[in-house]
Design a protein around this ligand. Structure first.
Ligand code: PSU
Ligand code: MN
Length: 312
C-alpha cells in the first residue's frame, strides 16, 4: 500500500478517510491543489474543489486532495484546509523543485501536476485527476519553458486524467516531448487529444480507449512490465461548456503578449495567462474550467474503480 520508504513516509500524513479507504482496498483518486490556489479565483476554487470531491465520493472512490501544510505532505484535506488553500493567496506553487522548500519551511504549498504526482506515488495512489497538464510553451525553443509536469510523467507511475493541455502551450511539441519520454497519451471519448477550453487540439492521441476497463488493462500492462512513468488520459470538455476556438485563440494571443511585455517568466507564466484569459473572456473561461474538471473527475473515478477491480 505505502510505496514510500520509511524516511519518505515520515513526511506524509493521510486524512482519516483516505487511510480508511486504502486500508479497505477501496479506490482513491488524487487531486491537485495548484488549480485551487493559482488556477481559479476565490470562492469558485473552493466551491469547485468540494464539488469535485463530492462527485468522486458519489461514484464510490475516495478523493485525496494533496497539498503541503505545516511541513507535511497532506494526502486528503478537510473543508477548512481547502478553504485555507483557496483563500490565503499565500500558497507557494509547488513542483518537483519546490517540494523540499515547502516541507522544510513549513509554509503553505499548493502542488502542481508534477508535485501531486510525486506525492500520490509516495502514498500509493495510482489515479490523479486534474484540469490540464503543463507542457511545452510556445516559444520554448528560445525560452526553454517546458513544464516539469512532462518530465514527471516520464518517471512517476501515476495515471493523470485531464482535458488535454491548453492552447497557451505548443500542443504539437508537448506531444512530441511525451513521445520521446515514452509517455502514452490515451484519449477517452474522441480520437484527438483535447485542448482544455476546446474539445479538439487538432492532434491525434496515441490510443483511443473509451472504456475504463480497457484503460485499466492498458495501464496494468505498462506497469506490470516495469515500464515506470505516467500515462496521460485525455477527455474533452463536455460539448455545452466548450468555448469557440477562435475566441479562445484571440484571448490566448493577447494574454501571452501581455505576459511577454510585462516580463512574466518562470512559474508565474501559467497562472498569469490563466487569470488574463478569465478576465478577457468575462468569466466564461472559468465556467468552462469548472465543467471540465468535474467531467475529468467522473472519468478518473471510473478508472480508479476499474483499476481496483480484480483483473479480468
Ligand atoms: N493548466 C491549467 N490549469 C492549471 C495548471 C495548468 O489549465 O491550474 C497548473 C497545474 O498545476 C500544472 C501547472 O501542473 O499549472 C503547470 O505550471 P508550469 O507551466 O509552471 O509547469
Ligand atoms: Mn514553466
Amino acid at each position: 500500500m505505502d510505496k514510500s520508504t520509511p524516511l519518505a513516509s515520515s513526511w506524509l500524513v493521510r486524512s482519516a478517510p483516505v487511510a480508511a479507504a486504502q486500508a479497505a482496498g477501496r479506490p482513491v483518486v488524487a487531486l491537485e491543489s495548484t488549480i485551487i490556489a493559482h488556477g481559479m479565483p476565490y470562492p469558485e476554487n473552493v466551491h469547485t474543489a468540494r464539488e469535485v470531491e463530492g462527485l468522486i465520493r458519489g461514484m464510490g472512490a475516495e478523493p485525496a486532495t494533496i497539498a503541503v501544510i505545516g511541513g507535511r505532505i497532506r494526502i486528503g484535506l478537510s473543508d477548512d484546509e481547502l478553504e485555507l488553500l483557496g483563500r490565503s493567496g499565500k500558497a507557494h506553487k509547488v513542483s518537483r523543485r519546490d517540494l523540499p522548500f515547502a516541507l522544510a519551511s513549513g509554509e503553505l504549498g499548493a502542488t502542481t501536476v508534477a508535485g501531486t504526482m510525486i506525492c500520490a506515488a509516495l502514498a500509493g495512489i495510482e489515479v490523479f485527476v486534474t484540469g490540464g497538464i503543463g507542457g511545452v510553451h510556445r516559444g520554448a525553443p528560445e525560452s526553454f519553458d517546458i513544464s516539469a509536469d512532462l518530465q514527471e510523467l516520464a518517471r512517476t507511475s501515476v495515471a493523470v486524467v485531464c482535458a488535454g493541455a491548453k492552447s497557451i502551450l505548443d500542443i504539437g511539441l508537448t506531444l512530441e516531448y511525451l513521445e520521446t519520454q515514452g509517455v502514452p497519451v490515451l484519449s477517452c471519448g474522441q480520437d484527438n487529444f483535447a485542448a482544455f477550453y476546446t474539445r479538439d487540439s487538432g492532434f491525434r492521441a496515441d490510443f483511443r480507449l473509451d472504456d475504463a476497463a480497457e484503460q485499466a488493462r492498458f495501464i496494468r500492462a505498462k506497469w506490470d512490465l516495469g515500464l515506470a512513468g505516467g500515462v496521460v488520459l485525455s477527455t474533452p470538455v463536455p460539448e455545452p461548456a466548450a468555448l469557440p476556438r477562435a475566441e479562445i485563440d484571440a484571448w490566448t494571443d493577447q494574454a501571452l503578449a501581455e505576459a511577454r511585455d510585462q516580463g512574466v517568466s518562470g512559474k508565474a507564466v501559467t497562472p498569469f495567462v490563466l487569470a488574463r484569459i478569465k478576465a478577457l473572456s468575462g468569466g466564461r473561461s472559468l465556467a468552462t474550467n469548472i465543467a471540465l474538471v468535474k467531467h475529468n473527475a467522473e472519468v478518473g473515478a471510473r478508472l480508479a474503480l476499474a483499476l481496483a477491480a480484480p483483473a479480468a
